[in-house]
Design a protein around this ligand. Structure first.
Ligand SMILES: Nc1ncnc2c1ncn2[C@@H]1O[C@H](COP(=O)(O)OP(=O)(O)OP(=O)(O)O)[C@@H](O)[C@H]1O
Ligand SMILES: [Mg+2]
Length: 267
């Protein structure tokens, strides 16, 4: 079962730029929470603060009740841009996590192979990063985040570079894995549908300086199936979130944006 996360008035400034306004929320043990929000609102910043890779300018982050003040170890991170070591093969990139934690090599090689196979990468174990497509690299970094069974998973748009079909498959696989071992997951995505499909709760963030606009509970039965994306309850949630983005001015649904329409007073 995953660890709880507590974000208490956490803010981040870079010089004079406020990347994240003081933000508070809690995530329960084993909960799956997504963050959606416009580009630049501080989602990646927030994930880095939780992982202990960067320090907050104010407020406190706690994992399982303990204040984060250095990089966490019991965590799996999928960065927004897959960071693979060029000089290591695919399987050796996945094995980094096991090596860093001095886990038994044979058992974890086996597990790495299984994960790579599940991610559609069998046959590429000994390939090098430059021989992979962008989507394949991203899938390797997902495997690397999972190999040591962390009780906390921080995923920053992990499926962003994938084609629609692979993305659906990865979503199903992630749900399966989560249902099995119940890690706590904080999942950043630009896809509202993906957030609704996967989450117990969704945090909607407002534009920079980022802050929480709303937190929505996704009360749909699990396991969720792809066909549920056509269900009215599913789409009500998607529409609710999109409407929030429209109200914030980060999404416009105006199909005929003539100059005149732009000049017309808003009713
Ligand atoms: N190391 C840094 N130094 C200076 N500014 C930074 C740094 N990291 C992020 N920022 C700034 O903080 C703000 C938030 O960045 P962040 O990467 O967290 O956004 P994001 O919500 O993840 O955006 P996207 O959806 O595009 O990935 C941006 O204005 C960015 O320019
Ligand atoms: Mg980001």
């Amino acid at each position: 079962m995953g660890k709880s996360i507590s974000i208490d008035r956490v803010g981040k400034t870079y010089g004079t730029l406020e990347a994240l306004s003081p933000t508070s929320f809690d995530i329960a043990e084993g909960e799956f929470v997504s963050i959606v929000g416009p580009s630049g609102c501080g989602k990646s910043t927030l994930l880095r603060l939780i992982a202990g890779l960067d320090l907050a300018s104010r407020g406190t982050v706690a994992i399982a009740g303990r204040t984060v003040d250095k990089p966490e170890t019991d965590v799996g991170i999928v960065f927004q841009r897959p960071v693979l070591l060029d000089w290591r093969s695919v399987i050796d990139n996945v094995m980094i996590q096991a090596e860093a934690r001095r886990l038994p090599r044979e058992a974890y090689l086996q597990r790495s192979r299984e994960l790579l196979k599940a991610a559609g990468l069998d046959g590429f174990e000994t390939a090098y990063p430059h021989q992979l497509s962008g989507g394949m690299s991203q899938r390797v970094s997902v495997c690397r985040a999972l190999v040591h069974d962390p009780s906390l998973l921080l995923m920053d748009e992990p499926f962003g570079a994938l084609d629609a079909l692979t993305r659906d498959q990865m979503m199903i696989d992630l749900q399966k894995l989560w249902l099995r071992s119940r890690p706590t997951v904080l999942f950043v995505t630009h896809s509202v549908q993906e957030a609704v499909f996967l989450s117990d709760r969704i945090i909607v963030m407002a534009p920079r300086p980022g802050r929480v606009d709303a937190t929505l509970t996704v009360d749909l039965p699990r396991p969720r199936r792809l066909a549920m994306r056509g269900a009215p309850a599913f789409n009500r949630l998607v529409d609710d979130i999109l409407a929030r983005f429209q109200r914030m001015g980060v999404l416009s649904d105006d199909a005929d944006q003539t100059e005149e329409a732009e000049r017309a007073p808003v009713q």
